[in-house]
Design a protein around this ligand. Structure first.
Ligand code: PNS
Length: 158
């Protein structure tokens, strides 16, 4: 039986921490769907279309990585895609409480779906999309923390 996993998130923008988790997932599972949440924030920096375009370009050569969008309940989307695994990245202890609540809520909503936590490489453990946006908007360097394409697109925004 092949294992299909879903890696959900806002990805506004995609960071090298996300990329690291997706590549680990792609090695570990037969196929991984990067599922971008529609309307996660009222005013995201990158539109849904831009986020999809960026992710498709970054994973162009990864044949077992699919980029998709979803809205509504995550567990419903996962079931619709006939997947049984949700992948989430854990960076620090501070992520744990929120992730623990989400995993248990999702388990309650659909007990056939398992949440699997993966740790990114150490050098990415402090990166978040929120910090990237803040640092970049204040003139800080984000190279090495996001894919080059994201950096280019960030520059076009200012
Ligand atoms: O990148 P994020 O913002 O940490 O991702 C959060 C996400 C998209 C995984 C979460 O908000 C989610 O699953 N939203 C869909 C709605 C849903 O199912 N909510 C109940 C989760 S317990």
């Amino acid at each position: 039986m092949s294992t299909l996993a879903v890696y959900p998130g806002s990805f506004d923008p995609l960071t090298n921490g996300h990329v690291d988790i997706i590549l680990r997932g792609a090695r570990f599972f037969d196929r991984i769907i990067v599922a971008i949440l529609v309307n996660a924030e009222k005013s995201p920096l990158f539109s849904m279309q831009e986020r999809v375009e960026i992710a498709r370009e970054v994973f162009r050569d990864q044949k077992n990585v699919e980029i998709d969008t979803f809205d509504g309940l995550l567990v419903d989307y996962v079931a619709r895609r006939h997947a049984h695994v949700i992948v989430r990245g854990l960076r620090a202890v501070s992520d744990f409480e929120y992730e623990f609540q989400m995993a248990l809520m999702n388990q309650r909503l659909n007990s056939t779906i398992e949440t699997v936590f993966m740790m990114p490489a150490e050098q990415y453990t402090y990166i978040s999309s929120r910090l990237i946006k803040e640092v970049f908007s204040l003139g800080g360097r984000v190279s090495g923390l996001v894919p080059d394409l994201v950096e280019q697109r960030l520059r076009q925004k200012v």
